[in-house]
Ligand binder design. Structure first.
Ligand SMILES: [Zn+2]
Length: 369
């Protein structure tokens, strides 16, 4: 129900609903879908990725995520989506984007699917401290708000191991220094125990995945104020749907080894008091299902309120946007969502958001139906 008020503002009746600040996902791949993993992704052009991103931006916003941080996209397809949203040409959340992720030759952020004679190298590959610094400058030149790097091996890449280090401490120090000098934060993909510690010591702002973090790593994260991001929903999707989506057999095997450990370490890190932000790796699973991770976070030790704060106050803090969003208060953007029922007693209610407002504009209102 909407009614005009005296000052020409529109009143929206949400008296039967529970209102929350708009949700934030700090780890998405908005221009990718699960079908783009493995060899199928080689047939997709950068402009086509941008179109996929436009589709996913709308799905994400309608699911209640009014802000996202995109960490890794082919070309600068995420820059195009961000700019399209900001120009009002397409619907989507506020976006902080990285463009291509930086990584070593043959590492998780390179593309290792084709043999030598194709001479195929991902745009973000940079070896050595100065090449890495130059790459930071380059991605910023083409629109990156945040720098994404690959500190360790990964699950969905060919020929590497999640637990092994890739960027050295020296390379990461150079990247963090250059990015911070230019006013950007750095997010490091790091599954491996050593890489997590190296990244924290190098001054990286958030550790993505954090799968094999140990007690020393947790203590270091607390000491440095580093945010930890644990994408603990998508394991289920990879194991159930990954093969059908074209993920490599070796990726499914890697996920089997690492998924449960990541969830156990999430619980450990939370109980130890480390700072945790909500990030899901959307794109590995279908966009719009981001809120499915809340249930997992509660299953593995958080109270619903902790999980909600990870996706609001904490996520906004990590993005450097605490003055803009993440809480409902005067002077912030009017980013808010509403659900039926109480998410503090059943966090899964957040999987069916019924009302979404971004910056005062209604993107969805199922209550009006
Ligand atoms: Zn990712």
């Amino acid at each position: 129900m909407a009614a005009a008020t005296s000052n020409n503002a529109t009143a929206i009746d949400l008296s039967k609903a529970t209102c929350l600040p708009g949700l934030i996902d700090v780890h998405t791949h908005i221009t990718g879908d699960p079908i783009h993993t493995g060899y199928a992704g080689l047939g997709v052009s950068i402009p086509r990725f941008a179109i996929t991103g436009a589709k996913n931006a709308r799905l994400t916003l309608r699911a209640g995520f009014t802000t996202i941080r995109n960490v890794g996209a082919a070309g600068f397809s995420d820059v195009a989506v961000r700019d399209g949203v900001n120009a009002g040409e397409i619907e989507g959340p506020r976006m902080l984007v990285s463009g291509p992720a930086l990584g070593i030759t043959g590492g998780h952020c390179d593309d290792n699917l084709l043999p030598f004679e194709y001479h195929h190298v991902s745009e973000g590959v940079a070896d050595g401290p100065w090449a890495a610094r130059a790459k930071v400058r380059e991605v910023i030149k083409y629109g990156a708000d945040v720098i994404k790097i690959c500190a360790s091996g990964g699950v969905l890449s060919k020929g590497d191991l999640p637990g092994t280090p890739q960027y050295t401490l020296e390379e990461m120090q150079a990247i963090a220094d250059e990015a911070h000098k230019l006013g950007r934060k750095v997010a490091a993909h790091a599954h491996g125990t050593q890489s997590i510690k190296d990244a924290i010591r190098a001054g990286i702002d958030s550790i993505e995945h954090s799968s094999l973090i140990d007690d020393e790593g947790i203590a270091l994260a607390k000491q440095h104020g580093t945010y930890l991001v644990f994408d603990i929903y998508n394991d289920d999707f990879i194991l159930q749907e990954g093969a059908k989506a074209g993920m490599l057999a070796e990726s499914i095997e890697k996920e089997k080894k690492i998924g449960r450990l990541q969830r156990e370490n999430f619980r450990k890190a939370f109980q130890a008091g480390a700072k945790i932000a909500f990030g899901t790796d959307a794109g590995v699973y279908p966009h719009g299902d981001n809120a499915r991770q809340f249930g997992k976070m509660v299953e593995w030790g958080m109270k619903p309120l902790d999980a909600i704060q990870a996706a609001t106050i904490n996520a906004a803090d990590l993005l450097g946007w605490s003055e803009k969003t993440g809480t409902l208060e005067k002077g912030h953007y009017a980013d808010l969502i509403a659900v039926e029922g109480n998410p503090l007693t059943d966090v899964k209610i957040l999987e069916s958001v019924k009302f979404v407002m971004k910056g005062g504009t209604v993107a969805r209102n199922d209550f009006a139906k």
